[in-house]
Ligand binder design. Structure first.
Ligand code: GLU
Length: 284
């Protein structure tokens, strides 16, 4: 019998995740990225975790929460931890994890890494001389930086992370290779806590990916800039960042990104039209 090689001391089992938001029906683009995540987890002999990113109270619906799990299972995706099957990092639903986000936010406040901001999105766009919002979050011009914490002792207010202007944030993407963006130029001070009492996507994502021991995040290339923001949060919170694999976005015949509101490419719509999981996967 061959001698067993000792495992390297930094050995960590691959843990990937699917993090859909129940804000609409999942489409082919989500399905393709999730399928890739499953393949990467399987190739590494690792685990796949499903987390429901349901913090957008205005847009999330119970119907979509149940529907997305059902559609993903129908397609052939399988996970070993999730809202439907539990696991040692439960709960796998972001709306049930608020205490974790509050603790991380308190840490950022104690570090002086965040500041309160009462600018509306319109204020930001006006200050930038850009009345029309683009797809990417506008670079915050720093209007409320340095105004101090005491301004709004009571009442709710948004909180932003102060990015290190001029620092180049870089990482090696598993799919795209080296990627670098300059803080303060490609992205600015971003929201970490919203005045409605909920964390931003950036904070919740970092807190959960770290708490759930995720070793590689597979997601769409539209989140490359968010990865740079999130790397700053990992650093500030003293958490180890996972590896990242950004997948190309799927477009329609007109070259436009697929959207949840477009029924033609939703898994729900394709199923209703009689497509089989194999036919759907053949379109990836
Ligand atoms: N729930 C987020 C989304 O659907 C997850 C993004 C991510 O993978 O980090 O966009």
């Amino acid at each position: 019998m061959a001698a067993r090689m000792p495992l390297p001391t930094d050995f960590r089992t691959y843990r990937g995740r699917l993090a859909p938001s129940p804000t609409g029906w999942l489409h082919l683009g989500h399905a393709r990225t999730f399928w890739l995540a499953q393949e990467r987890a399987a190739a590494a002999g690792g685990a796949l975790i499903l987390r429901s990113d349901d913090l957008d109270g205005a847009r999330c619906r119970a119907e979509f929460s149940a529907g997305m799990l059902e559609d993903l299972r129908w397609l052939g995706l399988r996970w070993s931890e999730g809202p439907d099957c539990g696991g040692r990092h439960a709960p796998y639903v972001q709306s049930a994890r608020l205490a974790e986000y509050r603790a991380a936010f308190a840490k950022l406040r104690a570090l002086g890494a965040v500041y309160p901001c009462d600018c509306s999105r319109q204020d930001v766009l006006r200050a930038l001389g850009a009345p029309h919002a683009g797809e990417e979050e506008p670079v915050y011009p720093g209007t409320c930086r340095g105004k101090g914490e005491g301004r709004r002792a009571k009442g709710e207010i948004n909180w932003r992370f102060r990015v290190p202007d001029g620092e180049v944030i870089s990482f090696t993407d598993c799919a795209l290779g080296p990627h670098a963006e300059m803080a303060g130029r490609e992205f600015g001070d971003f929201l970490v806590w919203r005045k409605d009492g909920f964390p931003s996507y950036q904070l919740a994502c970092v807190v959960d990916d770290a708490a759930m021991g995720i070793t590689e995040v597979v997601r769409g290339a539209d989140l490359l800039t968010s990865t740079c923001r999130q790397l700053l949060l990992y650093r500030a919170l003293g958490l180890a960042a996972p590896a990242f694999h950004h997948a190309p976005l799927m477009t329609d015949v007109n070259g436009l990104r697929l959207a949840k509101r477009d029924g033609a490419t939703s898994l729900r719509g394709l199923r209703a039209a009689g497509a089989t999981p194999e036919e759907v996967r053949a379109r990836f």
